[in-house]
Design a protein around this ligand. Structure first.
Ligand code: F6P
Length: 553
């Protein structure tokens, strides 16, 4: 295989920096985190970073100063900083779709200038934010009335993927900041049960639908929006004029919005330089803005911007997204880790891992480089997780004693939500004690000698021994506020960027979701009408036959 790809870049695994890391890994051998901590009493304080409100502890990683320096060399050799700067400048770094990648412009201050094809996009961003704010205020105050003159009591966001996961995650995360008198729900699945459960106790006269779709062609969203429209009209006596008071759209596609029957005066725009999974700080966040209010939404944007600035300007040794991205590469390629766990010690962050799944796996689940040639190195990991402490009583057994190395992020907050009662707030120390304990147990484990010294019978010692040496990053912030959430999301966005840059893949397309969509379209008539699907394989054909027989009852 040639040393360089057609764009002139040396293939990752042919770089001397890659070879240096492989050699270093071999040299490190089985050096244990216990040894690394023993050799450097200052490690716990030294291996930390502060980014905005986020304190990031990376001491419990299987790295030395030399590892980190070699990883930074790799980032330099693969042009991470150059690609980052090209992204911030609005260059078309999404090569397969020939688009700029400018989610960072969504949180740029009013006086910033960010150009795409010579045009400053910042005024447009703020114009839409202002329109969203005016609309959100009208809904929140009850000034916006439904068709029968009643104020809105429930907002239903209809969208999927990036048009659902971001606002749904952030709505859960920021519940204590939401208008508790407004019921905000999210419908994404084309499974009618999702819509049924969302609407069954709602009053059409008081319900507002936000149809959120970048393309406005996504079959799940259009199908659900059509059903919602029918539900609304049947509940309000069939007057189509009701649609204008109960449906708004968020999209880049005004033509399709109008075609669907939503007045484009009730459309909130965003742009093709915002990827779906990078879009919840655009108009896609309208449902969230209605829930938390425009001021809180702007605080969240400022949180994003804090980390954008950090990513753009911090030197490599102190650059948190760079460090987190490089650590992931270290584990994927030099420790054979296949997955990455995100374990928030906050129930409000219950949907954060789901959100990160799309952000990370849709971005970096690729196996050809930017020039279209197969890669011969690991790319994105399987991202998963649930809030602690629940996971501790489910899958942490494998994290502690299983055969797989699963690097994990532990995310926690010093203060619980302000609205918790004193009794419930008092539980917070116990929650956080668990988070710190897990990081400690994963890193240092418990040796056979320690177990035996407790008088454990010899035959039980292996079962009760913890090898440790299992890496974690701990992210600690004062409190889960809108700003802190923005900071967290931007941290992961840029981490994903760093990894894609090193791996030389296009982190901004998602061709891998297309085939299933096309095949579903072909199979559907076979299910509904028994139509013949030419060329169907025997397994799928048999499943279709069986399904039809069972469906008929
Ligand atoms: O799953 C593919 C995808 O295109 C995602 O990237 C996107 O977030 C989602 O579908 C929804 O797309 P849209 O916002 O255009 O409806």
């Amino acid at each position: 295989m040639p040393e360089t790809n057609p764009t002139g870049r040396t293939r990752l695994d042919r770089l001397p920096e890659w070879a240096a890391l492989a050699e270093h890994r071999a040299k490190l051998g089985e050096v244990h985190l216990r040894d690394l901590f023993a050799a450097d009493p200052g490690r716990g304080a030294r291996y930390t970073l502060q980014v905005g409100d986020l304190h990031i502890d990376y001491a419990k990683h299987l790295v030395t100063d030399e590892t980190l320096a070699l990883l930074r060399d790799l980032a330099a050799a693969t042009g991470v900083a150059e690609l980052r700067d090209a992204m911030f400048r609005g260059e078309r770094i999404n090569v397969t779709e020939d688009r700029a990648v400018l989610h960072t412009a969504l949180r740029a201050p009013r006086d910033a200038v960010v150009e795409v094809d010579g045009r400053d996009v910042v005024p447009g961003v703020h114009e839409v934010l202002d329109r969203m704010a005016a609309f959100a205020d009208r809904v929140r105050s009850g000034e916006w009335r439904g068709h029968t003159g009643q104020p809105i009591g429930a907002v239903v966001n209809i969208g999927i993927g990036g048009s659902d996961l971001g606002p749904a995650m952030a709505y859960e995360a920021l519940k204590p900041f939401t208008h508790r008198g407004l019921d905000v729900r999210f419908v994404s699945n084309v499974d009618g049960a999702d819509m049924h459960e969302a609407l069954r106790d709602l009053d059409p006269a008081r319900t507002l639908f936000i149809v959120a779709s970048k393309t406005f062609t996504t079959v799940e969203t259009i199908t659900n929006a059509t059903s919602a429209r029918a539900w609304l009209l049947s509940g309000l006596g069939g007057d189509v004029a009701a649609v204008a008071r109960h449906f708004v759209a968020v999209s880049t596609n005004a033509g399709k919005v109008a075609e669907f029957g939503i007045d484009t005066a009730n459309m909130f725009e965003f742009w093709d330089w915002v990827g779906g999974r990078y879009s919840y700080d655009s108009a896609i966040g309208l449902s969230l803005m209605i829930a938390i209010g425009p001021d809180r939404f702007r605080e969240m944007l400022a949180g994003f911007a804090t980390v954008d600035d950090h990513f753009r300007t911090a030197p490599p040794e102190a650059n948190a997204p760079l460090l987190m991205g490089l650590l992931g590469i270290w584990y994927g390629s030099f420790h054979d880790a296949q997955s990455h766990a995100v374990l928030p010690y906050s129930d409000y962050l219950a949907r954060f891992p789901d959100y990160l799944q799309q952000l990370d796996m849709e971005s970096n689940g690729k196996s050809v480089d930017r020039a279209g040639r197969p890669v011969s190195w690991q790319t994105g990991p399987v991202v998963w997780g649930t809030p602690g402490t629940n996971g501790q009583h489910a899958y942490y057994q494998l994290l502690h004693q299983g055969t797989k190395l699963v690097p994990a992020d532990l995310i926690g907050f010093a203060r619980p939500a302000a609205e918790l009662s004193p009794e419930l707030s008092a539980q917070h120390d116990l929650l956080m004690a668990n988070m710190f304990a897990q990081g400690q147990a994963l890193a240092f484990g418990k040796t056979a000698e320690e177990v035996a010294a407790e008088g454990v019978p010899a035959e039980q010692v292996p079962h009760r021994t913890f090898t440790g040496d299992r890496p974690t990053t701990t992210i600690l912030a004062p409190e889960l506020t809108p700003s802190v959430l923005g900071q967290l999301v931007a941290l992961y966005e840029h981490k994903v960027f760093v990894q894609g840059a090193v791996w030389d893949i296009d982190s901004f397309d998602q061709w891998g979701v297309e085939l299933g969509k096309v095949l579903a379209k072909r199979i559907e008539p076979a299910l509904t009408e028994g139509a013949e699907v030419p060329g169907l394989d025997s397994s799928t054909a048999e499943l279709v036959r069986r399904y039809r027989a069972l469906r008929a009852g």
